[in-house]
Design a binder for this molecule. Structure first.
Ligand SMILES: *Cc1c(COP(=O)(O)O)cnc(C)c1O
Length: 384
């Protein structure tokens, strides 16, 4: 409870830190041992038991931010996602997933679940009714992601979680795009929150990690499989991630403030056909986003008018990096059709509204006027 009273930036800066009693240093020491004493010890520590001092320290910060009882960290977002899904699903169970989700998660389900005899389906849309018609009597898990990648669609977290609960179904959310600075799904009744910590948690495009925040009982279920599968985060990375997360609130708030202005700028540009950003009044779920988020995030997607050559635009950028990942302090852009969603068939991609002309824009911390100058310059160089 006491964490609810602390501000998010205080939690980011301090929660979970390991006090350096030996030397009085001001930051958490890093413990890289893979071997710990066990005689007369209550805890048997080992990196693949997910309980080294730096792993635990990081989990305390993450659970304080997500308002969960507990957390566990992994070596990648997909390690967190795959371990969690397989921990809750057994042969004969069904999982209902939201139509628009991260391409890697969709690929995991489509490429692997049949072999384990886990039944799956995707919703037709993102409204409550789409989930109501999608469940079966064997449905064990409902999986959502909001704002979604890459079109920033918004799902009503509270409605879906309440519906799932009344049917004894576990709700799992991928909260990577929002971060707990903007959105705390557990307060809306969600059971399990997932993160690719490679993104905003790390924030500097130099750490691969994943995280799960949920109840103690659920962490036990996940841990039981996690220790078999491996997929733990190294202590070097855990320490670096703790350091990075100290500025999570500061970064995300700066980035989303800039994103809101850039979305407006893009929506007013005669070269841009369509902008997807939940902070724009024209976004179909603007009011819902306003209700469940504190701000609208720092991801924008947009499509140029036909006169602009998208590929040429991307290669003409000088400040903004055309780059695979997202959420760093540096602004990046990419074509989802060529990257995050290239494993999907063209038909599936187009049915999700992901055209070859779509650009996903991860807004960094650079000054807005420099970002705009770069975009304008690249537009001028890519008129057909
Ligand atoms: C990147 C990403 C993932 C996968 O995380 P990795 O760290 O790359 O394994 C999952 N969900 C979302 C929304 C992502 O952006």
């Amino acid at each position: 409870m006491k964490n609810l009273k602390k501000g998010v930036d205080t939690i980011c800066a301090h929660e979970g830190e390991i006090v350096d009693e030996q030397f009085g240093g001001s930051v958490s020491p890093i413990y890289v041992s893979t071997s710990y004493e066990y005689i007369d010890k209550e805890v048997r520590r080992y990196p693949r038991y997910f309980n080294t001092p730096n792993q635990e320290s990081l989990c305390k910060k993450i659970s304080a931010l997500e308002c969960s009882e507990s957390a566990i960290v992994f070596g990648s977002g997909m390690a967190a996602i795959s371990t969690t899904l397989l921990a809750f699903l057994s042969a004969g169970d069904h999982i209902l997933l939201q139509k628009d989700i991260y391409g890697g998660t969709r690929n995991l389900v489509e490429a692997q679940f049949k072999r384990y005899n886990i039944d799956y389906s995707f919703t037709d849309g993102l409204e409550l009714k789409d989930f109501e018609v999608g469940i079966k009597n064997i449905t064990k898990v409902i999986y959502i992601e909001t704002p979604s990648n890459p079109l920033l669609k918004i799902v009503d977290i509270q409605k879906i979680a309440a519906f799932a609960k009344s049917n004894n179904i576990i709700t799992i959310i991928d909260n990577t795009f929002a971060t707990p600075i903007i959105q705390k799904p557990i307060l809306f009744g969600v059971d399990v929150v997932l993160h690719s910590a490679t993104k905003y948690f790390g924030g500097h495009s130099d750490i691969s990690a994943g995280a799960v925040a949920t109840s103690k009982a659920n962490i036990d279920i996940i841990w039981n499989l996690a220790k078999n599968l491996g997929g733990n985060l190294s202590d070097y990375s855990a320490w670096l991630l703790e350091r990075s997360m100290k500025t999570l609130g500061v970064r995300v708030k700066t980035q989303q403030k800039s994103a809101k202005k850039l979305a407006k700028y893009l929506s007013e540009s005669s070269s841009v056909k369509k902008v997807y950003y939940p902070g724009l009044k024209s976004h179909p779920n603007h009011l819902l986003a306003k209700k469940q988020m504190k701000g609208y995030g720092a991801m924008i997607s947009f499509e140029f008018v036909d006169e602009i050559n998208t590929e040429l635009f991307l290669t003409s950028l000088k400040l903004i990096k055309p780059s695979m990942s997202l959420a760093g302090v540096e602004s990046t852009m990419l074509s989802p059709a060529e990257t995050s969603h290239h494993l999907l068939s063209e038909k599936d991609r187009l049915s999700q509204g992901i055209t070859d002309r779509l650009i996903r824009f991860s807004v960094g911390i650079e000054n807005k006027k420099d970002i705009i100058r770069d975009i304008e310059n690249a537009i001028n160089l890519s008129i057909k």
